[in-house]
Design a protein around this ligand. Sequence first.
Ligand code: DGY
Length: 321
Amino acid sequence: MKPYVFITRRMPAAIVEMIERECEVSMWEEEETPVPDEILAREIKRADGIFCNVSDTITKEMIDGAERLTIIATMAVGYNNIDIEAAAARGIQIAHTPGVLTETTADLTFALLMAAARRLPEGMEAIKNDEWGAWAPFFLTGQDIHHSRLGIIGMGRIGEAVARRGKGFSMEVVYHNRSRKHEAEEAIGVRYQELDELLETSDFVCLTAPYTNETHHLMNAEAFKKMKDSAIFVNTSRGSTVDEKALFTALKNGEIRGAGLDVFEQEPISSSHPLLSLPNVTLLPHIGSASEKTRWRMAEMTANHVLQGIRGEALDHPVKE
Ligand code: DGY
């Protein structure tokens, strides 16, 4: 009997076929709706391998119910949606997709920074609403990006790639990270700062740290108060690194100038989300790694990880805590 693999979201035929060469496969056929929890639990119970993504919450209870599972491969670099301790306790391997999405996510982080700084969504709204009259000296003036100071919280692969983009824009780049990154300091020309100093002095604060117990609501009311009132906050990591209510207050009260967000505490957000009522935000629907090429590579990597796990081979990218 072939091993059984469940894919939690519709994947292109070429990806499914990669796995079907060696396994029996079934798939949640929806492209935009996540698999319901009860179906996910049922599939985890009987599958040898799971191909999942960021919107699947894989709990201890689901993992404890697994009868044959050897591999959970997620099509993402972040894996905070999977109870990795429960998986480790059962000897179930977890794989993710680091590296492949670094530059694509850094591109989007910088796009958000630029959009928020130069007020691009407001410009487009103005045209749509026929608010673009004659040229006006101070119409939609924003913040300069060049020669400003970029503070990056979380100097992993994506943080470094954002730093390189900042240097390309003649920015001074400072960073905060759990540990000093001496190589990056040398190679990219970035400077380490304590978090408070980074918040107090940066013109742009970009959060690229992974979501963990330590980074839960790292950006809270106190942190936003420390930022310059002219500063812009950008988040492309995970929504729960930010206390969204505190961010809303900081934006509304002019404690900071603007924000660009690709991630939210509860995703998806709806059109009634309070942040959407503010003019000084640029909001995106979690598309950091969403270039065609990168998403295909992530899907191929995930399919390979499933096969490696099932064959008992070493994983290319195991999650190691
Ligand atoms: C990730 O990979 O963790 C992204 O958030 C989803 O592409």
